[in-house]
Design a protein around this ligand. Structure first.
Ligand SMILES: Cc1cc2nc3c(=O)[nH]c(=O)nc-3n(C[C@H](O)[C@H](O)[C@H](O)COP(=O)(O)OP(=O)(O)OC[C@H]3O[C@@H](n4cnc5c(N)ncnc54)[C@H](O)[C@@H]3O)c2cc1C
Length: 241
């Protein structure tokens, strides 16, 4: 199952958003002022209240530019190659992906491959919110799939042991093969990715992935991603005009 970990992230990201955005409306450089001076015209009794009011205002107005300054690096473990292909379609993020040319897959067991819920449940939700009954018995599905995956690893191992380069042997591996990666993204682009990958018509694994990203992002930028979740998540993508 895919796991997302927080790597490194811009410290005080919401302070940075406030400084950058208020600079749009100030005669002097905001970098020569204290946060108290910068936020003086904003409603609120404390700095925290002012920051919250200002950030909520920016998010709801769709004033996204300031959210491009804070960036976060996330470690992603055990995603399928299906999800890797979907995630890396997002051009406004930077990725490093474990290499199948260098990393051997010989030690994988069928248990390590990414197992869709429909391989073991009796019914699953469809993309349009309905229910699909699965008629092939669970035991049969598990037998077919684990048998295939074991066979694939055996073939891969035989090829590598017989001198075939790992970069070529990997062509026999299924799209359920787990892969790790590192992703760096700014807050604006992260909101966009979460927004379009959170709904029923996005696949279950990438929905799981972005829900973990949202939890990490809410700890990192609580006002921004809290407002985004409560008020904007239903919008399909926030970067497009
Ligand atoms: C439910 C679902 C089903 C999908 N099915 C398919 C499918 O069957 N086949 C398929 O190929 N893809 C599919 N996709 C992928 C989709 O088409 C996008 O390529 C992917 O989601 C990346 O998102 P994005 O276009 O918003 O781009 P990002 O790279 O995340 O870019 C963010 C935003 O920047 C702007 N932008 C970036 N680059 C450009 C550009 N060159 N020109 C203009 N604006 C740009 C756009 O406003 C874009 O929304 C699917 C996505 C979803 C969510």
């Amino acid at each position: 199952m895919v796991l997302v970990r927080k790597g490194v992230a811009t410290p005080n990201p919401e302070r940075l958003v406030c400084i950058a955005a208020r600079g749009d409306y100030m005669k002097d450089s905001p970098w020569t002022k204290s946060l108290e001076e910068i936020l003086k015209p904003i409603k609120g009794d404390t700095i925290e209240e002012k920051m919250e009011n200002f950030i909520v205002q920016l998010v709801l107005a769709g004033h996204w530019g300031p959210f491009e300054h804070p960036t976060i690096t996330l470690g992603i473990e055990g995603m399928s190659r299906v999800t890797l292909a979907q995630l890396t379609r997002h051009r406004l993020a930077t990725f490093d992906i474990q290499s199948g040319r260098f990393v051997s897959l010989k030690r994988l067991t069928p248990h390590d491959f990414i197992w869709p819920p429909s391989f073991s449940q009796d019914s699953v939700k469809t993309r349009d919110g309905g229910i699909r009954e699965i008629t092939i018995p669970k035991e049969k599905r598990e037998e077919l799939v684990t048998g295939l995956w074991q066979k694939v690893v055996d073939v891969y191992s035989s090829l590598v042991e017989g001198g075939v380069p790992k970069e070529d042997a990997r062509y026999v591996m299924p799209t359920a093969t787990p892969v790790n990666g590192t992703m760096t993204v700014n807050a604006r682009s992260l909101m966009h990715i979460i927004a379009i990958r959170s709904f029923g018509d996005a696949q279950w694994e990438i929905r799981d992935l972005v829900s973990q990203m949202l939890n990490i992002a809410k700890e990192w930028m609580p006002i921004t991603f809290g407002t985004f979740e409560k008020r904007l998540m239903s919008k399909r993508g926030i970067l497009a005009p």
